[in-house]
Design a protein around this ligand. Structure first.
Ligand code: MP5
Length: 209
């Protein structure tokens, strides 16, 4: 089994809970309270602002040109994504600079620190976070009505282009790490899975300081 499949396999106890989380389910069936979606929008905007800096750091560490091509493409996609977040926040009159809740701050800080454990560990964190959103939003797509208010977000993380990007991250991980990305990366992936679940919990419950 290659590195990416091995990471998912080692987390088979928790991974399916990402796509079946009550927040994700409510997004899909249209029963999510507006306040919960607003909170997700603010918290995820903060996360993606940090995530872009993380991907830039990872790009600087990339060992070869193929890896740099892939990460440069991922980085470029984050500009229109952040513009989408800002537009939606503006339309709802929400504060872009609101202080994030402890879970978002912890997850974002963790992601930003990950490249200091080396390129493979950073790439593993990227794979976990992107695969988690691919799986969650693909589930939302399967359940959502055609006129879902979340259509732009659904399309962003369940499009063929995004699926292809996640597949290419897995292929890069397999190429560079073989069948085992190492103990640091395995621990990092587990943390990402836990943080993804905590993040959905936090925005669903309205976590505060
Ligand atoms: C992503 C995200 C995906 N936006 N938020 C969380 C909590 N996890 C993963 O990252 P990106 O850069 O928006 O594709």
């Amino acid at each position: 089994m290659n590195a990416a499949a091995r990471l998912l396999d080692a987390n088979a106890d928790l991974w399916p809970r990402i796509a079946t989380h009550p927040f994700v389910a409510a997004c899909g069936d249209g029963t999510l309270p507006a306040a919960a979606f607003d909170l997700w929008l603010r918290e995820d905007h903060f996360f993606v602002v940090g995530f872009r800096r993380f991907v830039a750091d990872l790009l600087a560490l990339a060992p070869d040109e193929d890896a740099r091509d892939l990460l440069a493409g991922g980085l470029a996609a984050l500009t229109p994504e952040l513009e989408m977040f800002r537009r939606e926040l503006h339309q709802r009159d929400l504060d872009l600079d609101a202080e994030p809740c402890p879970t978002t701050l912890g997850y974002t800080a963790y992601v930003r620190a990950a490249p200091s454990d080396g390129f493979i560990t950073g790439l593993t964190v990227l794979y976990g976070a992107e695969k988690a959103y691919l799986d969650a939003w693909t589930t939302v797509r399967e359940r959502a009505a055609a006129d879902s208010p979340y259509r732009r977000f659904i399309d962003n993380w369940s499009s063929p282009a995004f699926r292809d990007y996640v597949t290419q991250i897995a292929a890069l991980l397999d190429r560079l790490a073989g069948d085992d990305p190492g103990a640091l990366a395995r621990r990092a992936f587990r943390r990402v899975v836990r943080f993804e679940l905590r993040f959905w919990d936090a925005v669903h419950a309205g976590e505060r300081w």
